[in-house]
Design a protein around this ligand. Sequence first.
Ligand SMILES: Cc1ncc(COP(=O)(O)O)c(C=O)c1O
Length: 434
Amino acid sequence: MNAQEILEKQRKHLWPNQLLYYTDPLPLERGEGLYVWDVEGNRYLDFFAGILTTSVGHNNPRVNQRIHEQVDKLLHTSTLYPHANQVLLGERLAEITPGELNTFYFGTSGTDADETAVMLARVHTGHQEVIALRHGYSGKSPMAMALTGQAPWRMGGDTVVGIKHAINPYCYRCPLKMTYPECGVACAEDVEDVIRTTTSGRIAAFLAEPIQGVGGFITPPPEYFARVQEIVHRYGGLLIIDEVQTGFGRTGEYWFAIQRSGVVPDVMTMAKGIANGLPLSATATTPEIAQSMVGAGLTISTFGGNPVSTAAALGTLEAMHEEAHPQHVAEVGAHLRAGLERLQEKYPLIGDVRGYGLMQGVEMVTDRESKEPAVKQVGALFEITKQAGLLIGKGGLYGNTLRIAPPLTATKEHVEEALEKLDYAFAQVQEMSF
Ligand SMILES: Cc1ncc(COP(=O)(O)O)c(C=O)c1O
């Protein structure tokens, strides 16, 4: 099918509210490593990795071999039957998760993992209320939308009670109008204020991303989470850290981004990059906390921990150890960061560059003083980068932050190629009038 036929059928048979990138949406056909091809044969350098998911590159041979072997043996079991892939994956994950986070519940999506985490916290603590962060994103179920802190992703408004939002550590647009580090990370204290003023004072959990993904790669100061953890524990809650976007070496140096702050959460959720694109998620906790689920009620997941997805996850971890170790990500990420900062010096449109490793955000503003979000400019830049053969993402409450996150197998050469295309696109957009 050509692009036009696909788009016609898309309009006819798929829901119209499905968000699609680009004025002319881009039907993709195949991929290899850092590159994907559309149905017309055009090649693109993929610096968004299917929303930070293709961790070790498209069609990675290690992952694909594992998938092929499993497909020919058994496609499906459900969680009613133990499977070697599931237990092996648990063992491999326990080698890289911090502290005692070495027991897992496998599901199918980030939404599923966050739902499971909150259910666990409620059962374990006997409390109901949950604190999340403004600008955060947790997924598309009613509860995940209630946890989410951005109006465009909270369709239908609050339909789930007991979730409150604290201000987020968004240093570029500090909600307290303060400056780091003189602020002393005062925003962390809002978590206590929210608990004391809007809850019963006994919470089940605080849930947050170490770097807010959909929020526009908002990166808290390193000491933020230690302050918050102390508050959350004091009010009887568990610290749930959502590593759906940031996990699996994405931010470099560490396997999980929360490790950078020295904090070991009580519960950690993962999805996206875990299986290089196959649907899989995991909710990790300690054996002691997991034990509290026994007797609380029955739970199954039909597709959770599917043998093919877990085979892909085993292959992904193997490939990461070989080709995309967190140290590699730190090195290539530093190269990317330096290049983006050079672009920031050159183009006033770039207000802020933030993130770690291969998770770099570029917030675009029409004016560095007023910080007016450069939404139209982002739209124009998207079209130009597409024409130039580069795929990137965007996010943020105002939709004005570029999300740059290639597969972790990216090399400095790939980064150079992306920077060249971004430079070309920024040069054009900077000259346009809107
Ligand atoms: C941090 C975070 N949590 C949860 C989710 C939900 O994941 P899924 O789309 O797999 O349900 C996402 C998705 O973007 C996410 O970024």
